[in-house]
Write a new protein. Sequence first.
Length: 279
Amino acid sequence: MSKITSVTHGRPLIIGGGRMGMALAEGWAKNGIDRARITIIEPDSVRREYIASQHFSVAPSLAELSQTPFDVTLLAIKPQNLPELAPQLGAFLVGKPGHLLLSILAGTRLAQLAAIAPQAAIVRAMPNTPALIGHGITACIASATCSPSLRMNATELLAAVGDVVWLGDEAQMDAATALSGSGPAYVYYFLECLIEAGIAQGLPAEVARHLALATLTGSGILATEAKESLAELRRNVTSPGGTTQAALEVLMHPASGLAPLVAATLDAAARRATELAHS
Ligand SMILES: NC(=O)c1ccc[n+]([C@@H]2O[C@H](COP(=O)([O-])OP(=O)(O)OC[C@H]3O[C@@H](n4cnc5c(N)ncnc54)[C@H](OP(=O)(O)O)[C@@H]3O)[C@@H](O)[C@H]2O)c1
């Protein structure tokens, strides 16, 4: 990660000091933005105390901040809280053309955000939970009003918590949500299954957990760093007539194996994302 250079003069504002909002705040602080310059709006007083203890600036609502010059606002509330915030947010962003509104709200489309803040340059982003430790991946899409330089600013801000991928079309956001937004849950469940199966084969629980987690981490790093394709890496583990081949005959069965199950899994998630975006 490199130092954030796009927010050196103005100030970043985060609306919603929950898990994701705080993950981004920590990422920005680690990448060179002074903690006191990052303002976090959080209605919960206990949470506000915690945020202040981490040396960020904090306020209970936007009303207290009308005079402060912000140049980027990260929207990190739950989507269901947007209707109550919308009038205040719209008023806050009036007369601020070129203000970057960065939204991580699941299922909330660019058009909905543009209706609230018509003058803002909007980026809709979908991070995932490994962002909490700086290893996330964020899929994003920008409004037509977002200039290339503001897109670069958004990339830099989101890169503070992991990789960033720009999508070509907002319609792809539901698929990205299904793959990488929800993806950590699939991986954790696969690990749970692997551990349970290892225990059923006679391993002590802690040993099964250690073997499964280290296998996932090591394979992920190898897949990221290796020049070979995933299929080649798989074939490297698979001696003809060996144990892996016996396993893959089950896992890669065209009808009952993993591929149709994963396709159905992503299909269910993408359909739900589409439903939520239009509800
Ligand atoms: N977690 C994920 O894996 C993930 C991945 C991608 C995207 N997202 C998106 O990220 C967003 C935040 O998720 P999260 O997991 O960080 O949720 P969270 O922990 O519940 O954080 C949301 C925070 O916003 C605060 N808030 C609610 N209404 C507000 C308002 N009007 N003004 C200011 N702050 C307000 C909440 O305070 P109270 O607790 O007092 O209500 C809470 O602290 C969601 O839209 C979610 O779809 C999450």
